[in-house]
Design a binder for this molecule. Structure first.
Ligand code: E4P
Length: 301
């Protein structure tokens, strides 16, 4: 399979990371890169940020924000039409207004930004307000069809497609078939107006990427390692013989996640947004964000 065939496939390919040098390397290796997703964990792992922390200089909130801004400003011109997703700081006390204020500022950093809000009630409210202000959004930490249905309802009227990011690897990690969620979202959204695009995220292996393409996921974001493996194998795409093997790293079968019939015309507030992995995801992002901050700056406003 050639790179040209890949660029003609319907699924946009994004890099999941937070290091502009890595972005350049992957873009050169693939010959293209449609976009990039970042998050607080990747910012904390960025080599410059790590270097500063290792030399004994933990960051202030302002410095942290400047680092994040500089990272995405260097990534922005390297990627294509799928843009760069930038994640707001959100813990369980962050209000939608606080998320929106961050989102509005971050949206001004680069011309191709998507603002990431978590799939929790305040995140959905921030998304609604963002859409009303023509801010592109990527709804992250999605682990259920209910959350994705709420994303659909909350982002209706968006001027450009809203992204929803099902985290397949974290579902696999606990024995559930994360790719079932992607399949269900595509099936559910087929009843809608197409304003939400599925961005398959949290990849653990190359088969996740190939199956996301087979399912018609509009976008898929992948760590550099998997994209390098994809390129090394000459960009395999799903053919008629492709079968996804729903097993964990030890070969144990993953439990299916059943499809649910949900009413996409219902108000977003009517859906049950609670999911344990969303809460754990927020805790992990907060902890990684704080890991690079000086003690006097325990959290973002
Ligand atoms: C993408 O937007 C996510 O932040 C990312 O895919 C998370 O992946 P992980 O489960 O490997 O942390």
């Amino acid at each position: 399979m050639s790179k040209d065939s890949v660029t003609r496939s319907a699924t946009k390919i994004l890099l999941d990371g937070g290091d502009p040098d890595e972005t350049r390397r992957i873009r050169d290796r693939l010959g293209f890169l449609d976009g990039q997703t970042t998050n607080p964990t990747y910012v904390a792992k960025n080599p410059e940020v790590q270097g500063r922390v290792a030399s004994g200089h933990k960051l202030t909130e302002k410095e942290q924000k400047e680092e994040y801004k500089s990272i995405v400003q260097r990534i922005s011109p390297l990627v294509g039409s799928a843009g760069v997703s930038i994640e707001v700081f959100a813990d369980f006390n962050t209000t939608a207004e606080q998320m929106l204020a961050q989102g509005e500022e971050m949206y001004g950093w680069i011309p191709n930004a998507y603002i990431k809000y978590p799939c929790i009630p305040e995140g959905l409210r921030a998304a609604r307000m963002s859409v009303e202000r023509s801010i592109r959004v990527n709804m992250t930490l999605c682990f259920s069809q209910e959350q994705a249905a709420a994303v659909y309802a909350a982002t209706k009227g968006t001027y450009e497609p809203a992204y929803v990011s099902p985290f397949v690897g974290r579902l696999d990690d606990r024995g559930e078939n994360g790719m079932d969620l992607v399949r269900s979202l595509k099936r559910m959204y087929a009843h809608g107006d197409g304003h939400v695009h599925v961005l398959t995220a949290s990849l653990r292996r190359l088969d996740h990427l190939v199956y996301a393409i087979a399912l018609g996921s509009e976008l898929v974001t992948s760590p550099a390692k998997i994209l390098e493996e994809w390129a090394a194998k000459d960009f395999p795409l799903p053919d008629a013989a492709f079968r996804y093997n729903a097993v964990d790293a030890k070969g144990k079968p993953l439990s299916p996640i059943p499809y649910k019939d949900l009413d996409l015309t219902a108000p977003w507030e009517s859906f049950n947004l609670k999911h344990e992995l969303t809460d754990l995801g927020i805790e992990r992002f907060v902890s990684d964000y704080k890991s690079t901050l000086a003690p006097a700056y325990p959290k973002a406003g």
